[in-house]
Design a protein around this ligand. Structure first.
Ligand code: SF4
Ligand code: SF4
Length: 99
């Protein structure tokens, strides 16, 4: 296995599959961001994406982890960012905890 492939797999293995990054984000009238359900491609029963390999081609709002990080669109509990110094989600913790 190539080094970059191994690094990618190690990185993917960090994901706890909580599904929170697949919540739909809505910009509210007061400028805040609220969460509204899940992406149409997210299977809530299986807790997985139904189009993972093609997600960036079929879903126009799916972001790479790096883009989601840059936009503050991952929950503070996300495995990718919880040890990342200075990371701040644009969405309040209380919103992430809502079902
Ligand atoms: S929020 Fe983070 S840990 Fe949860 S499913 Fe998304 S990438 Fe994985
Ligand atoms: S397309 Fe993207 S946002 Fe939608 S369920 Fe799949 S990984 Fe999540």
């Amino acid at each position: 296995m190539k080094d970059d492939e191994k690094e990618f797999n190690d990185h993917e293995a960090q994901c706890s599959r909580c599904g929170k990054c697949c919540r739909v984000k809505m910009l509210w009238f007061d400028g805040s961001v609220k969460l509204a359900g899940y992406c149409e491609f997210y299977d809530e029963k299986k807790k997985e994406c139904m189009c993972y390999d093609q997600r960036f081609m079929v879903c126009n709002h799916c972001l790479t982890v790096f883009d989601a990080m840059k936009q503050g669109g991952l929950p503070p509990t996300c495995e990718y960012v919880k040890h990342f110094p200075g990371y701040r989600s644009e969405i309040p913790d209380s919103e992430w905890e809502k079902k």
